[in-house]
Design a protein around this ligand. Structure first.
Ligand code: SAM
Length: 270
Protein backbone atom coordinates (compact mmCIF):
# COMPACT_ATOMS: atom_id res chain seq x y z
CA UNK A 1 0.00 0.00 0.00
CA UNK A 2 1.18 3.49 -0.88
CA UNK A 3 -0.31 5.29 2.12
CA UNK A 4 2.42 4.58 4.64
CA UNK A 5 5.42 6.53 5.80
CA UNK A 6 8.13 4.11 4.66
CA UNK A 7 6.71 3.85 1.13
CA UNK A 8 6.28 7.64 0.86
CA UNK A 9 9.85 8.34 2.02
CA UNK A 10 11.27 5.71 -0.31
CA UNK A 11 9.23 6.89 -3.32
CA UNK A 12 10.30 10.50 -2.74
CA UNK A 13 13.96 9.48 -2.50
CA UNK A 14 16.00 12.63 -3.03
CA UNK A 15 12.88 14.69 -3.72
CA UNK A 16 11.27 16.94 -1.14
CA UNK A 17 7.53 17.55 -0.82
CA UNK A 18 6.86 20.83 -2.66
CA UNK A 19 5.17 23.49 -0.56
CA UNK A 20 4.30 25.54 -3.63
CA UNK A 21 2.07 22.69 -4.80
CA UNK A 22 0.57 22.05 -1.35
CA UNK A 23 2.12 18.57 -1.14
CA UNK A 24 1.13 16.73 2.04
CA UNK A 25 0.94 13.02 1.40
CA UNK A 26 -1.49 10.71 3.18
CA UNK A 27 0.22 7.99 5.22
CA UNK A 28 -2.72 6.19 6.83
CA UNK A 29 -4.16 3.30 4.86
CA UNK A 30 -7.38 3.02 6.87
CA UNK A 31 -8.30 6.65 6.34
CA UNK A 32 -7.53 6.53 2.63
CA UNK A 33 -9.64 3.42 2.22
CA UNK A 34 -12.55 4.96 4.13
CA UNK A 35 -12.46 8.13 2.00
CA UNK A 36 -12.34 6.19 -1.28
CA UNK A 37 -15.08 3.77 -0.26
CA UNK A 38 -17.47 6.64 0.54
CA UNK A 39 -16.53 8.62 -2.54
CA UNK A 40 -16.73 6.11 -5.37
CA UNK A 41 -19.29 4.09 -7.25
CA UNK A 42 -18.12 0.93 -8.99
CA UNK A 43 -20.11 1.90 -12.10
CA UNK A 44 -18.62 5.38 -12.37
CA UNK A 45 -15.39 6.99 -13.42
CA UNK A 46 -13.72 8.93 -10.61
CA UNK A 47 -11.79 12.12 -11.36
CA UNK A 48 -8.97 12.80 -8.91
CA UNK A 49 -7.23 16.16 -8.52
CA UNK A 50 -3.59 15.91 -7.41
CA UNK A 51 -2.80 12.19 -7.09
CA UNK A 52 0.72 12.91 -5.77
CA UNK A 53 2.38 9.57 -5.04
CA UNK A 54 -0.92 7.73 -5.56
CA UNK A 55 -2.05 6.95 -2.00
CA UNK A 56 -5.67 7.82 -2.70
CA UNK A 57 -5.53 6.83 -6.38
CA UNK A 58 -4.69 3.25 -5.47
CA UNK A 59 -7.86 2.98 -3.34
CA UNK A 60 -10.04 4.89 -5.82
CA UNK A 61 -9.18 2.20 -8.37
CA UNK A 62 -10.45 -0.42 -5.96
CA UNK A 63 -13.93 1.15 -5.77
CA UNK A 64 -14.36 2.81 -9.22
CA UNK A 65 -14.89 1.74 -12.80
CA UNK A 66 -11.97 3.88 -13.97
CA UNK A 67 -9.87 6.74 -12.57
CA UNK A 68 -8.64 9.89 -14.34
CA UNK A 69 -6.07 11.75 -12.24
CA UNK A 70 -4.71 15.25 -12.91
CA UNK A 71 -1.30 16.12 -11.49
CA UNK A 72 0.55 19.42 -11.94
CA UNK A 73 3.99 18.22 -10.78
CA UNK A 74 6.12 16.36 -13.32
CA UNK A 75 8.09 14.57 -10.56
CA UNK A 76 4.88 13.07 -9.14
CA UNK A 77 3.63 12.24 -12.61
CA UNK A 78 6.82 10.33 -13.44
CA UNK A 79 6.74 8.40 -10.16
CA UNK A 80 3.12 7.45 -10.76
CA UNK A 81 3.81 6.33 -14.31
CA UNK A 82 6.48 3.97 -12.97
CA UNK A 83 4.75 2.69 -9.87
CA UNK A 84 0.99 2.61 -10.36
CA UNK A 85 0.23 0.65 -13.49
CA UNK A 86 -3.41 -0.14 -14.12
CA UNK A 87 -5.22 -0.11 -17.45
CA UNK A 88 -8.21 1.57 -15.74
CA UNK A 89 -6.04 4.54 -14.71
CA UNK A 90 -5.18 7.60 -16.81
CA UNK A 91 -2.80 10.12 -15.30
CA UNK A 92 -2.62 13.54 -16.96
CA UNK A 93 0.26 15.93 -16.37
CA UNK A 94 -1.95 19.02 -16.20
CA UNK A 95 -2.90 21.92 -13.97
CA UNK A 96 -6.48 21.00 -13.04
CA UNK A 97 -7.48 24.65 -13.30
CA UNK A 98 -6.67 24.53 -17.04
CA UNK A 99 -8.22 21.14 -17.68
CA UNK A 100 -11.00 20.95 -20.21
CA UNK A 101 -13.66 18.92 -18.44
CA UNK A 102 -15.97 18.74 -21.46
CA UNK A 103 -14.67 15.21 -22.16
CA UNK A 104 -16.94 14.08 -19.29
CA UNK A 105 -20.13 15.58 -20.70
CA UNK A 106 -23.04 13.17 -20.69
CA UNK A 107 -21.37 10.78 -18.24
CA UNK A 108 -22.09 10.42 -14.54
CA UNK A 109 -18.81 10.91 -12.69
CA UNK A 110 -17.48 11.14 -9.15
CA UNK A 111 -14.76 13.50 -7.94
CA UNK A 112 -12.40 12.74 -5.09
CA UNK A 113 -9.32 14.64 -3.95
CA UNK A 114 -7.03 15.48 -1.11
CA UNK A 115 -6.90 19.08 -2.30
CA UNK A 116 -3.77 21.23 -2.32
CA UNK A 117 -4.72 23.92 0.20
CA UNK A 118 -3.35 26.85 -1.86
CA UNK A 119 -5.94 26.32 -4.63
CA UNK A 120 -8.83 24.73 -2.73
CA UNK A 121 -11.36 27.46 -3.52
CA UNK A 122 -10.61 27.88 -7.26
CA UNK A 123 -10.66 24.11 -7.78
CA UNK A 124 -13.96 23.74 -5.95
CA UNK A 125 -15.49 26.65 -7.85
CA UNK A 126 -14.38 25.18 -11.16
CA UNK A 127 -16.34 22.06 -10.19
CA UNK A 128 -19.33 23.94 -8.72
CA UNK A 129 -19.61 26.05 -11.90
CA UNK A 130 -19.43 23.14 -14.30
CA UNK A 131 -22.51 21.66 -15.88
CA UNK A 132 -21.17 18.11 -15.59
CA UNK A 133 -23.12 15.31 -13.98
CA UNK A 134 -21.00 14.93 -10.82
CA UNK A 135 -23.14 12.78 -8.55
CA UNK A 136 -20.81 13.17 -5.56
CA UNK A 137 -17.72 15.26 -4.83
CA UNK A 138 -15.64 14.14 -1.86
CA UNK A 139 -12.74 16.37 -0.88
CA UNK A 140 -10.23 16.75 1.91
CA UNK A 141 -9.75 20.39 2.85
CA UNK A 142 -8.44 22.31 5.85
CA UNK A 143 -10.90 21.90 8.70
CA UNK A 144 -11.67 25.62 8.89
CA UNK A 145 -12.66 25.65 5.20
CA UNK A 146 -14.99 22.69 5.76
CA UNK A 147 -16.56 24.54 8.70
CA UNK A 148 -17.34 27.51 6.46
CA UNK A 149 -19.15 25.34 3.91
CA UNK A 150 -21.20 23.68 6.62
CA UNK A 151 -21.92 26.82 8.67
CA UNK A 152 -25.52 27.57 9.63
CA UNK A 153 -27.26 30.68 10.97
CA UNK A 154 -25.69 32.62 13.83
CA UNK A 155 -22.28 31.06 13.24
CA UNK A 156 -19.26 33.34 12.67
CA UNK A 157 -18.51 31.31 9.52
CA UNK A 158 -21.98 31.70 7.96
CA UNK A 159 -21.80 33.87 4.85
CA UNK A 160 -22.78 34.11 1.17
CA UNK A 161 -20.43 31.21 0.33
CA UNK A 162 -22.19 28.90 2.82
CA UNK A 163 -25.53 29.86 1.24
CA UNK A 164 -24.35 29.26 -2.33
CA UNK A 165 -22.89 25.87 -1.50
CA UNK A 166 -25.88 24.78 0.59
CA UNK A 167 -28.29 25.92 -2.13
CA UNK A 168 -26.55 23.69 -4.67
CA UNK A 169 -25.53 20.75 -2.50
CA UNK A 170 -26.38 18.57 0.39
CA UNK A 171 -23.10 19.20 2.26
CA UNK A 172 -21.94 16.30 4.42
CA UNK A 173 -19.17 16.56 6.95
CA UNK A 174 -17.69 13.08 6.76
CA UNK A 175 -14.77 13.16 9.18
CA UNK A 176 -12.07 15.20 10.84
CA UNK A 177 -8.57 14.07 9.85
CA UNK A 178 -5.62 14.67 12.14
CA UNK A 179 -2.64 16.57 10.73
CA UNK A 180 -0.46 13.65 11.85
CA UNK A 181 -1.65 11.33 9.08
CA UNK A 182 0.17 13.41 6.47
CA UNK A 183 3.83 13.61 5.50
CA UNK A 184 4.99 16.26 5.92
CA UNK A 185 2.52 17.16 8.64
CA UNK A 186 0.64 20.45 7.90
CA UNK A 187 -0.01 23.08 10.60
CA UNK A 188 -3.72 22.36 10.98
CA UNK A 189 -6.16 19.45 10.95
CA UNK A 190 -8.18 18.63 7.85
CA UNK A 191 -11.70 17.40 7.18
CA UNK A 192 -13.37 15.31 4.53
CA UNK A 193 -16.48 16.88 3.15
CA UNK A 194 -18.88 15.59 0.50
CA UNK A 195 -21.10 17.60 -1.86
CA UNK A 196 -24.16 15.88 -3.30
CA UNK A 197 -26.18 17.88 -5.85
CA UNK A 198 -29.66 18.85 -4.68
CA UNK A 199 -31.28 20.13 -7.85
CA UNK A 200 -31.23 20.63 -11.60
CA UNK A 201 -28.98 23.53 -12.51
CA UNK A 202 -30.35 26.83 -13.80
CA UNK A 203 -27.27 28.98 -14.33
CA UNK A 204 -29.14 32.20 -15.19
CA UNK A 205 -31.31 32.07 -12.05
CA UNK A 206 -28.35 31.03 -9.89
CA UNK A 207 -26.25 33.98 -11.04
CA UNK A 208 -28.91 36.45 -9.87
CA UNK A 209 -29.60 34.55 -6.66
CA UNK A 210 -25.91 34.29 -5.72
CA UNK A 211 -25.33 38.01 -6.44
CA UNK A 212 -28.27 38.70 -4.13
CA UNK A 213 -26.72 36.56 -1.34
CA UNK A 214 -23.46 38.50 -1.77
CA UNK A 215 -25.25 41.87 -1.49
CA UNK A 216 -27.12 40.79 1.66
CA UNK A 217 -23.80 40.03 3.38
CA UNK A 218 -21.93 43.02 1.92
CA UNK A 219 -21.86 44.90 5.24
CA UNK A 220 -21.75 42.04 7.67
CA UNK A 221 -22.14 44.01 10.90
CA UNK A 222 -25.10 46.05 9.58
CA UNK A 223 -28.77 45.03 9.53
CA UNK A 224 -30.29 43.33 6.50
CA UNK A 225 -32.32 46.49 5.90
CA UNK A 226 -29.13 48.51 5.66
CA UNK A 227 -27.74 46.13 3.04
CA UNK A 228 -31.01 45.91 1.07
CA UNK A 229 -31.37 49.67 0.74
CA UNK A 230 -28.21 49.76 -1.37
CA UNK A 231 -30.11 48.07 -4.21
CA UNK A 232 -33.85 48.17 -3.40
CA UNK A 233 -36.41 50.95 -2.88
CA UNK A 234 -38.12 51.39 0.50
CA UNK A 235 -41.51 50.11 -0.75
CA UNK A 236 -40.03 46.77 -1.80
CA UNK A 237 -38.15 46.48 1.47
CA UNK A 238 -41.31 47.16 3.46
CA UNK A 239 -43.17 44.52 1.44
CA UNK A 240 -40.45 41.95 2.23
CA UNK A 241 -40.51 42.69 5.97
CA UNK A 242 -44.31 42.54 6.10
CA UNK A 243 -44.79 39.39 4.02
CA UNK A 244 -42.06 37.45 5.79
CA UNK A 245 -42.68 39.00 9.22
CA UNK A 246 -39.02 39.86 9.72
CA UNK A 247 -37.97 41.87 12.75
CA UNK A 248 -36.68 45.33 11.85
CA UNK A 249 -33.14 44.86 13.12
CA UNK A 250 -32.56 41.35 11.75
CA UNK A 251 -29.09 40.74 10.27
CA UNK A 252 -28.14 38.46 7.36
CA UNK A 253 -26.40 35.98 9.70
CA UNK A 254 -29.74 35.30 11.40
CA UNK A 255 -31.58 34.35 8.20
CA UNK A 256 -31.66 30.80 6.85
CA UNK A 257 -31.45 29.70 3.22
CA UNK A 258 -35.21 29.10 2.82
CA UNK A 259 -36.02 32.62 4.02
CA UNK A 260 -33.39 34.14 1.73
CA UNK A 261 -35.01 32.39 -1.22
CA UNK A 262 -38.44 33.71 -0.16
CA UNK A 263 -37.04 37.26 0.03
CA UNK A 264 -35.55 36.84 -3.44
CA UNK A 265 -38.94 35.66 -4.72
CA UNK A 266 -40.77 38.65 -3.20
CA UNK A 267 -38.31 40.98 -4.97
CA UNK A 268 -38.86 39.20 -8.28
CA UNK A 269 -42.62 39.03 -7.92
CA UNK A 270 -42.35 42.81 -8.49
N1 SAM B 1 -3.40 12.69 -3.33
C1 SAM B 1 -2.10 12.67 -2.66
C2 SAM B 1 -2.29 12.19 -1.24
O1 SAM B 1 -3.42 12.28 -0.74
O2 SAM B 1 -1.32 11.73 -0.65
C3 SAM B 1 -1.44 14.05 -2.67
C4 SAM B 1 -2.29 15.18 -2.10
S1 SAM B 1 -1.42 16.71 -1.94
C5 SAM B 1 -2.34 17.48 -0.66
C6 SAM B 1 -1.98 17.67 -3.35
C7 SAM B 1 -1.50 17.20 -4.72
O3 SAM B 1 -2.05 18.08 -5.71
C8 SAM B 1 0.01 17.23 -4.92
O4 SAM B 1 0.42 16.06 -5.55
C9 SAM B 1 0.23 18.44 -5.86
O5 SAM B 1 1.38 18.33 -6.67
C10 SAM B 1 -1.05 18.42 -6.67
N2 SAM B 1 -1.46 19.72 -7.23
C11 SAM B 1 -1.23 20.95 -6.71
N3 SAM B 1 -1.80 21.89 -7.49
C12 SAM B 1 -2.41 21.25 -8.52
C13 SAM B 1 -3.15 21.67 -9.66
N4 SAM B 1 -3.40 22.97 -9.88
N5 SAM B 1 -3.59 20.73 -10.53
C14 SAM B 1 -3.35 19.41 -10.31
N6 SAM B 1 -2.65 18.95 -9.26
C15 SAM B 1 -2.19 19.86 -8.37
Amino acid sequence: MIANISYVKEALGELKAKKKYGQNFLIDTNIVDKIAKGACDENCLTVEVGPGLGALTECLLKYSKRVDAYEIDRDMYEILERTLKDERLNVYLEDFLDTDLSRYEGEEIRVCANLPYYVTTPILFKLFNSSLNISKMTVMVQKEVADRFKAGINSEDYNALSLIVQYLYDVRYEMTVSKYVFYPSPKVDSAVIAFIPKRERDFGYEKELFDFFGKCFAKRRKTLHNNLKDFLDEDTIRKIYEELELKDNIRAQEIDLKTFIKIFEVIHAG
